[in-house]
Design a protein around this ligand. Sequence first.
Ligand code: HEC
Ligand code: HEC
Length: 162
Amino acid sequence: MLFTLVPRLLMVCVAAVIATLTAAIAAAESGGTPSQVNVLPKYRQECATCHIAYPPGMLPAASWQRILGNLQHHFGTDASLDVDSVKQISTWLAANSAGDAAAHAAPPEDRITRSHWFRQEHAEVPADVWKRPMIKSASNCAACHTRAEQGNFNEHFIRIPQ
Ligand code: HEC
Ligand code: HEC
């Protein structure tokens, strides 16, 4: 009895260790970042038609509030919404916005692309790269971050178009 039980117990242990390791590797590879939150369907529906659904944690609440308060004049375009949608989206953005005030002071124009951390993270991208036809604008995250749509900006999934 003992002779059959010991190897079996060992097998169970080994299987458990493998499962844990596999899960850890999967998590590391998917690049789980704090920017990944469950996206409000309304936000995806209304704010991800012209560009990606920018992660709420990339701007402070004050910036989101200003953006939502002026959708008629939205970075040179009209992105107006009905009052109910605006309310729903702004509540969700406020709840998921950048918490750390020091690291996330409201950037100029309330642009993610003009925040201090963004400039630091992209310091090695040469100025002319941003102008490439496939990229056009730094705001076009998905041009280089192949999983930006999923809120994943991990460096493993960056491909800079030529
Ligand atoms: C009709 C198209 C359209 C819709 C809808 C739209 N946007 Fe935009 N958004 C733009 C354009 C155009 C820009 C400027 C992109 C650029 O400079 O290349 C922009 C830029 C932004 C930026 C700044 C990106 C940066 O440079 O850091 C944020 C933040 C943003 N939008 C949030 C939102 C939110 C929130 C919503 C939903 C309420 C929304 N957008 C809906 C067109 C749109
Ligand atoms: C021209 C291509 C390009 C565009 C467009 C771009 N990025 Fe990046 N991004 C990079 C590169 C290159 C890095 C540096 C990766 C490294 O650390 O080696 C980076 C790094 C990052 C990082 C840090 C990732 C990490 O694992 O440390 C974040 C977060 C990020 N980008 C967010 C954004 C967001 C948000 C946008 C759009 C508003 C954007 N990026 C647009 C190329 C781009």
